[in-house]
Design a protein around this ligand. Structure first.
Ligand SMILES: NC(=O)c1ccc[n+]([C@@H]2O[C@H](COP(=O)([O-])OP(=O)(O)OC[C@H]3O[C@@H](n4cnc5c(N)ncnc54)[C@H](OP(=O)(O)O)[C@@H]3O)[C@@H](O)[C@H]2O)c1
Length: 265
């Protein structure tokens, strides 16, 4: 299936597409034929990612935007439409996060994460809507985290915002199905990225990775390609009967038992 250029002629907007998982989505979608639009605040990283995609034979443009600002994301969609004439796929991947006990979290810290994750996802989806409605077709993929379904001690801001995005996914899926717009989500477990390592996994990186592997039944963290292929499947015509659904990809971590130590079995 994924040897084909399944996204030939399609246009994909990826927020946070200049780094980490967003860049992996963009590179894979471009490899599968999509013309990609990378949007985030840092133009330098975005243009480097764009240049890499072009060097790999793909198509990409970079647009600086802050997803917290409705006027910025409306400009991103206009730029995508001006450059490529349509918008088929939106991946709401941009996020902010940092570790902080709930009682010490400042109002600004709370607002900032909720603003990027929850408001940003809504602003981008709303801005893409008119183009998708006009085409009578669209795919919106929201990047959650496994803790959207549970608890995330130390990141109450992100957990609350991701749970909100889960509710948004289901609600928009129901509202927009009549326009041919499917809204879905992916909830990843541990996928090493420089951003996550810097902000969420402090201390010795090797020690952190070893601790993570112990909590994952399959015994390892996730590969970016595994996540990007799931995203590609969900945004492709192979998944046209899936909407309002969030797919967990975490090597079984969510089902693990805190007392279970597989090495001792
Ligand atoms: N890595 C993991 O293990 C993991 C696990 C579960 C879920 N996730 C989710 O997967 C997604 C990507 O994670 P990651 O690890 O790749 O994160 P990351 O490396 O920190 O990247 C976050 C991206 O979001 C962009 N961004 C942040 N604030 C923004 C804003 N206000 N406006 C526009 N763009 C903004 C950043 O670009 P700029 O700085 O240029 O704006 C950056 O490209 C996130 O939604 C995250 O919650 C990741």
């Amino acid at each position: 299936m994924f040897r084909d250029r399944i996204f030939e002629g399609k246009v994909a907007v990826i927020t946070g597409g200049g780094s980490g998982l967003g860049k992996s989505f963009a590179r894979r979608f471009a490899e599968l034929g999509a013309r990609t639009v990378l949007a985030s605040r840092g133009l330098e990283r975005l243009t480097a990612a764009r240049d890499q995609i072009v060097a790999e034979g793909g198509e990409a443009i970079a647009v600086a935007a802050d997803v917290r600002k409705p006027e910025d994301v409306e400009a991103v969609m206009r730029a995508a439409h001006d450059a490529y004439g349509r918008i088929d796929i939106l991946i709401n991947n941009a996020a902010g996060n940092f570790l902080c006990p709930a009682e010490k979290l400042s109002s600004n810290g709370w607002r900032s994460v909720v603003d990027i994750v929850l408001n940003g996802t809504f602003f981008c989806s709303r801005a893409a809507f008119p183009y998708m409605q006009e085409q009578k077709s669209g795919r919106i993929l929201n990047i959650l985290a496994t803790y959207a379904f549970g608890a995330s001690p130390g990141t109450v801001h992100s957990a609350s915002a991701k749970a909100g995005v889960l509710a948004m996914t289901r609600t928009l899926a129901v509202e927009w199905a009549r326009y041919g717009i499917l809204v879905k989500a992916i909830a990843p477990g541990f996928f090493p990225t420089p951003g996550a390592a810097e902000r969420l996994w402090p201390g010795d990186p090797e020690e952190q990775l070893a601790r993570m592997r112990r909590t994952v039944p399959v015994g390892r963290t996730g590969e970016h390609a595994e996540l990007a292929n799931l995203a590609a499947y969900l945004c492709s015509d192979y998944a046209n009967y899936i909407t309002g659904e969030a797919v967990v990809i975490d090597g079984g971590m969510s089902w693990n038992h805190p007392l279970f130590e597989w090495e001792k079995l």
